[in-house]
Ligand binder design. Structure first.
Ligand code: IPM
Ligand code: MN
Length: 371
C-alpha cells in the first residue's frame, strides 16, 4: 500500500517520540513491502517561532494532501505564563482538529498485565481494565463563542452542540460497542446542562438502531469516582469534548504510565494519530521520554487502513520490549533504556520477528540486538 503521511512532530518531546514511531512504520514498510512517504510540517510553539503562527497554511495543505497525519505533541511553558499574548501553541492542535473535521477522538485505556505493578490501583482492581473512550473533538465548550468583557472582570465560554455532531460520533461508539462487550456508557451532566440533555435524548433514541448494545447513563461526577473504584465496569465510553478531556486523562493514570497511551482522531475524510502524553517540556531532549504512546499511535494508524497484520507486528514488538523490561525510566527506574534505544529495539524486532536470543547487553550499548 502507498501511504502519504504528514508528520507534525511539534514541541517538547514530540519530535523525539515521533522519530521512533516513524522508525517503526519504516520497518513495517520494509518488511511488508509498502510505500510509506513521510511529509514533515510545522505546528505549535515551533511554528510560532518559525512562522509566527501555531498552524501555518502550508501545514494544513500538507495534511489535506496526505492520506493521514502522525502528530507528536504541542505546548511550551514559555507561552503558558504570558497573559498578554493571544497566540498559543494549543491553537495549532485545536485548529488542525477543526480544519480536518476530526470529530471523534478515540482513546484506548488498557492495563497490561506486565505493567500491573506500575498502576496506582491495587492489582486486583486494575487487572483486565480495557476501556475505549470516544470523546467528541470539534464542538462543545472548546469551540463555542468565548470572550472577556471590557472591564476584564467577566468572561464566558459558550457550549453548543448540534444533534448531528452528537449522532456522528455516537454511531462510531455504538458500532465499536457492538464489536466489543456490547456496553456503552454515556457520561454527561444532564442533571444540570441543556447540551447534556440533548446528548442523552439523542443516544437513547439511537439505541433502537443498536438493539444488542446495553446503554448505561452516568453523570460525570459519579463517573469520575467509578473510573478509579471500578474501571473494569466500563467498556465503551461516549462523551462530549471537555468531559472526555478530563475522563480520558484520569483513566490514563490507571495504566501505569501516561507515556504508553495512544489515540486516534477521526473525521469523515481525514485522520490523525497522536500519543496523549503532551509535550512534557522538562524531559525534552533528555532521551527519557517513552516512545511507546507514539508507536502505539502508529499501530492505530495501520489499523485504520486495515493493515492488521502490520499493526500486530508492532504490537508484538512493543509487548516484547515491555516483557524484557526494555523500557524508559518511567517504567524502569533501575536500568532504563533511552527513547531512541527502545525505538531501535522495536524496529529491529519488527524486521526480525523470529529473533529469540536477545543480547540485552548489546541493546544497552546500542548495538545489534541479534546474537
Ligand atoms: C488533549 C490536550 C488538548 C485538549 C490541549 C493541548 C488543547 O489536553 O489532547 O487532551 O485539551 O484537547
Ligand atoms: Mn487533555
Amino acid at each position: 500500500m502507498k501511504l502519504d503521511i504528514a508528520v507534525l512532530s511539534g514541541d517538547g518531546i514530540g519530535p523525539e517520540v515521533t522519530e521512533q514511531s516513524v522508525k517503526a512504520l519504516k520497518a513495517v514498510a520494509e518488511f511488508y513491502n509498502h510505500d510509506f512517504y513521510f511529509h514533515e510540517a510545522l505546528v505549535g510553539a515551533t511554528a510560532i517561532e518559525k512562522e509566527g503562527t501555531p498552524l501555518p497554511q502550508a501545514t494544513i495543505d500538507t495534511c489535506k494532501k496526505c492520506d493521514t497525519v502522525l502528530f507528536g505533541a504541542i505546548g511550551d511553558p514559555k507561552f503558558d505564563n504570558d497573559p498578554h499574548t493571544n497566540v498559543y501553541p494549543e491553537q495549532g492542535l485545536l485548529g488542525i482538529r477543526k480544519e480536518l473535521e476530526l470529530y471523534a477522538n478515540i482513546r484506548p485505556v488498557i492495563v497490561y498485565n506486565y505493567l500491573l505493578n506500575n498502576s496506582p490501583l491495587k492489582p486486583e482492581n486494575a487487572r483486565g481494565t480495557n476501556i475505549l473512550i470516544f470523546r467528541e473533538l470539534t464542538a462543545g465548550l472548546f469551540y463555542g463563542e468565548k470572550g472577556t468583557k471590557e472591564d476584564g472582570k467577566v468572561a464566558f465560554d459558550e457550549c453548543i452542540y448540534h444533534i448531528d455532531e452528537i449522532k456522528r460520533i455516537a454511531h462510531l461508539a455504538f458500532k465499536a460497542a457492538e464489536k466489543r462487550k456490547k456496553k456503552l456508557t454515556l457520561i454527561d451532566k444532564s442533571n444540570v446542562l441543556e447540551t447534556s440533555r440533548l446528548w442523552k435524548r439523542t443516544v437513547i433514541e439511537m439505541s433502537e438502531e443498536y438493539p444488542s448494545v446495553n446503554v448505561e447513563l452516568m453523570y460525570v461526577d459519579q463517573a469520575a469516582a467509578k473510573v478509579i473504584l471500578n474501571p473494569k465496569s466500563f467498556d465503551v465510553i461516549l462523551t462530549a469534548n471537555l468531559i472526555g478531556d478530563f475522563i480520558s486523562e484520569e483513566a490514563s493514570a490507571l495504566v501505569g504510565s501516561k507515556g504508553i497511551m495512544a489515540s486516534a482522531s477521526l473525521g469523515k475524510k481525514y485522520s490523525l494519530f497522536e500519543p496523549i502524553h503532551g509535550s512534557y517540556p522538562v524531559a525534552t531532549n533528555k532521551g527519557i521520554a517513552n516512545p511507546v504512546g507514539a508507536i502505539l499511535s502508529a499501530v492505530m494508524l495501520l489499523e485504520h487502513f486495515n493493515l492488521q497484520e502490520e499493526a500486530n507486528a508492532i504490537k508484538r514488538s512493543v509487548t516484547k520490549a515491555m516483557e524484557l523490561d526494555l523500557t524508559t525510566e518511567d517504567l524502569n527506574k533501575e536500568k532504563p533504556l533511552s527513547t531512541e534505544k527502545v525505538g531501535d529495539f522495536i524496529a529491529d524486532y519488527i524486521l526480525n520477528p523470529d529473533m529469540t536470543n536477545f543480547n540485552i547487553q548489546n541493546i544497552y550499548l546500542g548495538q545489534s540486538t541479534i546474537i
